[in-house]
Design a protein around this ligand. Structure first.
Ligand code: ATP
Ligand code: MG
Length: 403
């Protein structure tokens, strides 16, 4: 169905008083942004739902493609606004009957306006009887093959025929800001997705080993991931921080098994500084417990020891397959498995300690001038814009993945 209008429902659980207005305004803004290029969209707040209006009709598939990525939406449907008049509503339903006979149908009515003279059930019976007279189709209230929905709002009624699931969650912006350590691997984009879903604005921060190794490939991949996640509410930019020089200083001073932990402690400090500067309150990583050597409780403790902000790890209890499924659905999986390393080979330690003690890590770290390395990295941090034309890197299977 082509439509200029869509009805949008959000999950209301937990929304009270002042909170509710804030939530609704943010959701309306996110919907408007998501429709900007085919808009301007106008979002009207009806009791418990929105009516979204575009300047011209668009196919149902466009509504679905757009609104299924706006967090805070429970479900939505392209809709037909109509006067609150039973005869007109009946006519609209009869005009939109499926062209082929269906085994069963039902009418589902709801009233946000309780002053409407008929109850929901009376509306359903009246329109249902008219459909039955015209088609002879059987009414099935539990598993109908076709449904017409009627909503009676304050100034208008709405008719629609297919409900689409939204992504749930909270509108981006109601939960504050977080800095995301975005590696370009499979996990951290998914971690960012979950934070966006809980209403956080995400500040993506990518570290690479520049000026060493193929840092440009690493940066291009991180940019492509941010671009791919724009529909979910990622900003049109990311921080890119070359840390090859500080990493080399760590290689010279620290035993190999401890290097990775020290790199991570460096990243945490730099990411905190950038996050704080952007008004953020926490860091987010793609750690999943036990997945690799640096994700044991001991390692996480040794890394977190360098942080003053909380480090959130939304994937901590997920299995790799669950993370991969989610990455596929978001569309970042294909980008994450492209060849290209964040860290060039000579900086990669041959062996990684799995159960470091915080005391030992601190002692080893004291052999480098960590604060200077942090400042050196911060001085090179760049906020790189990501546009809709940011290239998606292509894979060259014939070229061996460079180090
Ligand atoms: P990912 O798939 O996100 O790379 P991973 O399973 O490969 O995760 P690690 O490489 O140990 O795990 O990294 C753990 C987390 O540390 C990542 O999820 C990410 O949040 C952060 N991280 C690691 N490397 C980088 C990097 N180069 N830039 C930004 N963040 C990083
Ligand atoms: Mg990784």
């Amino acid at each position: 169905m082509e439509s200029r209008y869509a009805v949008v429902h959000y999950a209301e659980i937990g929304l009270k008083g002042h909170n509710r207005g804030f939530f609704e305004r943010m959701l309306a803004r996110r919907i408007e942004e998501r429709l900007q290029d085919i808009g301007p969209a106008f979002v009207e707040r009806l009791p418990g739902r929105f009516l979204v209006r575009l300047p011209r009709p668009v196919p149902e598939a466009i509504w679905v493609e757009r609104l299924r990525t706006v967090f805070g939406i429970a479900y939505f449907a392209p809709a037909i606004p109509a006067p609150k008049d039973l005869t007109t509503l009946t006519e609209i339903v009869l005009r939109h009957l499926p062209s082929e006979p269906v085994p069963s149908f039902c009418i589902r009515a709801s009233r946000a306006d309780k002053s409407f003279p008929l109850t929901s059930q009376e509306i359903e019976r009246h329109i249902g009887a008219a459909v039955q007279r015209q088609t002879g189709w059987r009414v099935d209230l539990s598993e109908p093959a076709w449904v017409a929905y009627i909503e009676i709002a304050t100034n208008t009624a709405l008719v629609y025929f297919a409900r689409h699931r939204g992504p749930g969650g909270l509108p981006v912006g109601v939960s504050g800001r977080v800095g995301l350590l975005l590696s370009g691997g499979i996990d951290s984009p998914v971690a960012g997705y979950f934070m966006l879903k809980r209403g956080c604005e995400v500040i993506p921060i990518h570290f690479h080993s520049g000026p060493f190794g193929d840092w440009a490939a690493s940066e291009a991949r991180a940019m492509a991931i941010v671009r791919q996640m724009r529909p979910y509410g990622m900003p049109p930019w990311l921080y890119v921080v070359p840390i090859g020089e500080p990493q080399r200083a760590i290689v010279l001073a620290a035993p190999a098994p401890y290097r990775l932990i020290l790199y991570r402690r460096l990243m945490v400090r730099v990411a905190e500084a950038l996050t704080r500067q952007e008004g953020g309150l926490a860091l987010v990583t793609g750690d999943s417990l036990g997945q690799v050597a640096s994700q044991t409780l001991e390692s996480l403790t040794a890394i977190e020891d360098a942080a003053t902000m909380p480090i959130l790890r939304p994937l901590i209890g997920l299995d790799k397959v669950e993370i991969i499924d989610r990455a596929r659905a978001i569309g970042t999986y294909e980008l994450s498995i492209l060849p290209g390393e964040d860290c060039c080979q000579f900086l990669m330690p041959p062996r990684v300690i799995t159960r470091p003690s915080v005391e030992t890590v601190r002692e080893i770290e004291s052999r480098v001038r960590m604060e200077e390395l942090v400042q050196q990295a911060l001085a090179q941090a760049m906020r790189v814009p990501v546009s809709d034309s940011t290239p998606i890197p292509v894979m060259h299977p014939e070229r061996p993945s460079s180090a």
